[in-house]
Design a protein around this ligand. Structure first.
Ligand code: AMP
Length: 411
């Protein structure tokens, strides 16, 4: 591509200031909601040992088989750009001995994730997720709490989404059910899509995800995992539901809900927005009681979710509010007053006022126009005299000193 036009890589995008404001507000809102419920923010690396995802997410999943950005570093180690967060959080929980802390350990984070998917609206190769996880207890109130917190974040972001809910039971139930489902799929083999048929042995549950008409017809008669849950898992699920009802959090049971990762046990859920077309999932998650142990830690239950920042903003019906705080624009009426104007801008900023000054050689008239464009509430004109103009009322008055100007604008 020598001499070709350089562009952002396929499936990626640049965040420009207008978008950045909405993203920042979503992250701030999430921090408020999650920290208010005792979740502490964490950061883990954006790349990890490839083995973490192979073991954690599951060898037979789409993510591990097709979607990982894997590379070798200069020391010959296989590394992977993280495709999801839970495996990394569990690794950190084990590595830092967090099982010795009072349980549950509640963590939240946000950051970039990477999947080699076919890009389309709402589906990117680098995207941003908000995540919340609670490790160290299998109390159903954690499942319900996490769901309610995500519902609150979505609601306060102006996203209308339906909550789909189911339970996958425990590993043994799933293994037994897997055999039953396997037999059903073998019996209907000729009706299935090639892709589903190829995965009858490795990942039969994914047959429920298929859009293929023959597969869908065969799956409509398939045995359901929800009917096979053992007594404990049935009680756990009933409690999660009762807690959601208590919180006034509406849900729809969807027993075909199969999340694309292998580690889920018991509760699974997804928030779907009808405003998004094909990529309707704005966020989802579930319980993963065996994952920490599988990654070499002590037996530790866990539950969590991930929500897509870009999808939330796409589905959001909230109008973007103007930025907070007073905006002052400092007009330099005489070139040799630039130093004083620069000092004034800094004083305004130090006093907590959003302030800008002329920095592109505009005429006096051009500067007044620019003040209007940036939405300034006040203009301070620095020339032979010092004047403050209130842009709403149009009133303009002289002030005696820079301190008085800061005072007049900040009020
Ligand atoms: P998942 O881990 O697949 O359940 O994804 C959790 C959330 O992340 C989804 O509900 C989406 O909002 C978001 N997400 C997942 N994959 C992508 C992607 N390729 N592009 C944008 N958002 C994504």
């Amino acid at each position: 591509m020598a001499g070709g036009k350089l562009q952002a890589p396929r499936g990626t995008f640049d965040v420009l200031p207008a978008d950045a404001q909405r993203r920042d507000r979503l992250v701030e809102l999430s921090a408020q909601v999650l920290e208010g419920a005792g979740y502490g923010r964490t950061e883990t690396p954006v790349f990890e040992d490839t083995a973490l995802f192979a073991r954690g997410v599951g060898e037979s999943t789409d993510i591990v088989q097709k979607e990982m950005f894997t590379f070798e570093d200069k020391g010959g180690r296989s590394l992977t750009l993280r495709p999801e967060n839970t495996a990394g959080i569990c690794r950190a929980y084990i590595e830092h001995g967090m099982h010795k802390l009072p349980q549950p350990v509640k963590l939240w984070s946000w950051g970039p994730f990477f999947r080699h998917e076919a890009p389309q609206a709402g589906r990117y190769r680098q995207f941003t997720q908000l995540d919340a996880e609670a490790l160290g207890s299998d109390d159903p109130s954690l499942d319900a709490e996490l769901i309610v917190l995500l519902a609150q974040i979505l609601e306060r972001s102006g996203v209308k989404a339906r909550l789909l809910l189911s339970s996958l039971g425990n590993a043994e139930t799933r293994a037994e059910y897997g055999e039953e489902l396997h037999a059903h799929l073998r019996a209907h083999e000729s009706e299935l899509s090639d892709e589903v048929r190829a995965r009858i042995d490795t990942n039969p549950l994914r047959a429920f995800d298929s859009d293929h008409p023959g597969t869908r017809a065969a799956m409509a008669e398939a045995p359901r995992l929800i009917d096979r849950l053992d007594a404990e898992d049935t009680v756990h699920f009933a409690e999660v539901r009762a807690l959601l009802e208590e919180a006034g959090c509406a849900y729809e049971l969807d027993h075909t809900l199969v999340r694309g990762l292998d580690y889920y046990t018991r509760t699974v859920f997804e928030f779907a927005s009808d405003d998004l077309g094909a990529q309707s999932g704005v966020g989802g998650g579930g319980r993963y009681d065996g994952l920490v142990e599988k990654l070499g830690g002590p037996p530790t239950p866990g539950v969590g979710w991930a929500a897509g920042v870009e999808r939330i903003l796409l589905a959001s019906q909230a109008t973007t509010e103007g930025s907070a705080g007073t905006r002052a624009y400092v007009v330099v009426a005489k070139a040799d007053e630039r130093l004083r104007a620069f000092g004034l801008v800094n004083s305004l900023r130090a006093a907590g006022v959003t302030a800008e000054m002329e920095q592109a050689g505009r005429s006096f008239k051009g500067q007044m126009k620019q003040a209007d464009r940036v939405g300034a509430t006040h203009v301070v004109i620095v020339g032979d005299s010092l004047e403050v103009k209130d842009m709403h009322t149009g009133e303009q008055r002289e002030v005696a000193s820079l301190e008085d100007a800061v005072e007049a604008v900040g009020r």
